[in-house]
Design a protein around this ligand. Sequence first.
Ligand code: 6PG
Length: 207
Amino acid sequence: MERELLVVDDLAAAAVGLFLAVEPASVALAGGSTPRSFYEALAKVDYPWKRLEVFFGDERCVPPDHPDSNFGMAREALLSRVPARVHPMTACDAAAHEAELGSVLGSPPALDLVFLGLGADGHTASLFPGDPALEERSRWVARVERPDHARLTLTLPVLSAARVACFLVSGREKRDRVRDLLDGADIPAARVAAGRVLILADREAAP
Ligand code: 6PG
């Protein structure tokens, strides 16, 4: 499958540009540290926020004010500043979140735009190498046990049903994984087969 690599100086500005070009009515946000400056930049944009349905690619099973909460980070940087319709995973209930996805987006849930991170081990969202969640074919949300916290993650059927998936990648330590992603190597991130798959990488992450 085709993946487009865009190497940019300013990841946050490029991601805002993509968001405005896609004009999503529904989006899934990435966790991790990379997207924070993007969310802060996005918060300043004039957009029909009230019509935007916001989901998350994954979440740790922690309270929203915990430093590891993806929702907490996104709320601080973006969601407390714009009137979007937010669907956090913070209840950490896979079945309930799956029902919410279906009621908002239909079946299968097709998000307009999904932002994803890329781990140094090739994981994306909370789909880790060798984890059973990676093989999920029917459920839309899976619970994943990790050494730090249990997590919820969107599964490949949902990520691949998206119109556009965009990996946001920063830093030298990700460079080999960006290469793997472009080559379609056997890493979880390379299994995301959305309508359009883009990789926004800063200069350090570009192979
Ligand atoms: C998370 C993510 C995870 C993340 C990557 C990259 O919540 O941790 O969903 O997939 O996006 O690990 O994280 P960084 O941006 O911090 O490198």
